[in-house]
Design a protein around this ligand. Structure first.
Ligand code: ADP
Ligand code: MG
Length: 239
């Protein structure tokens, strides 16, 4: 279970999050909406423990263990995994080699690569010459092989066409259900909602959570009214 309690986060001494609380139980999927610059990525980076994202008050805990002073490695070992928005190209290491570090089960690697249309990519150097969609699928491939208990996904659809969103959404949804894993997903387009049943969602505005409710209802409201109504907190679906 992820418990974010009233955290304030500053980056380079600039306060970005002004008291954010979120909780996520086993097997729950939370969708986070919000306009650009509202602090969504900052929240995910603070949970993952990226340097420079200073928690000045409040606490983050995962399965009862406080994370505030733990390194990224220690958080990964506790079962927290992130899908990078702009992963690097890694010359000299093939995707299959990296997959082999993450899982000893060769069938699992082959089957997952098949499902993510990455069979032909296993023997290529990681991300070298991959298209935008292929890079995202390869990221998801690596993340699923890590088997995190908590998936942190920051706009997994960005730069990905609808067909790829569909492939990724289906694979992720099946995995989350099968492994009883939880996820915090930031989405702008909402396309991922066609494939993943989020249990709950919230809207972040100006470093605060302004409202929460059911993902599809909140998304529909945002589509119809924009974020200004959230800013004024006149959202009828808020709970
Ligand atoms: P979102 O993901 O909602 O678009 P972010 O969390 O990326 O928003 O950013 C929130 C605010 O924090 C923005 O004003 C952004 O410029 C600032 N910010 C985030 N990371 C940094 C950083 N490393 N250095 C300086 N400012 C940052
Ligand atoms: Mg962001």
């Amino acid at each position: 279970m992820l418990e974010v309690k009233n955290i304030k986060v500053s980056v380079e001494s600039k306060p970005i999050l002004h008291g954010v609380s979120v909780d996520l139980k086993e097997n729950e999927v939370m969708v986070l909406f919000g306009p650009n610059g509202s602090g969504k990525s900052t929240l995910i980076k603070a949970v993952m423990g990226f340097s420079g994202y200073n928690i000045t008050s409040g606490s983050i805990s995962f399965n009862g263990k406080e994370l505030n002073s733990l390194s990224i490695d220690e958080r990964v070992k506790l079962g927290i995994g992130i899908m990078y928005q702009h992963p690097p190209k890694i010359r000299g290491i093939r995707l299959r080699q990296l997959a082999g570090f993450l899982s000893k089960d060769k069938d699992e690697i082959e089957n997952l690569a098949e499902k993510l249309s990455l069979k032909d990519h296993l023997d290529r150097e990681i991300n070298l010459g991959f298209s935008g969609g292929e890079i995202k699928r390869a990221e998801l491939f690596q993340l699923i092989l890590q088997k995190p208990r908590l998936f942190l996904l920051d706009e997994p659809e960005s730069g990905v066409d609808i067909e790829n969103v569909s492939i990724m959404g289906k694979v992720l949804s099946t995995h989350l259900k099968e492994y009883w894993a939880q996820a915090l997903i930031i989405t702008h387009t909402g396309y991922i909602l066609d494939h993943i049943d989020g249990n709950k969602s919230c809207v972040m505005v100006d470093g605060h959570i302004s409202c929460s409710g059911k993902p599809r209802e909140i998304f529909k409201f945002i589509q119809e009214n924009g974020y200004d109504k959230c800013r004024e907190c006149k959202c009828p679906v808020s709970s």
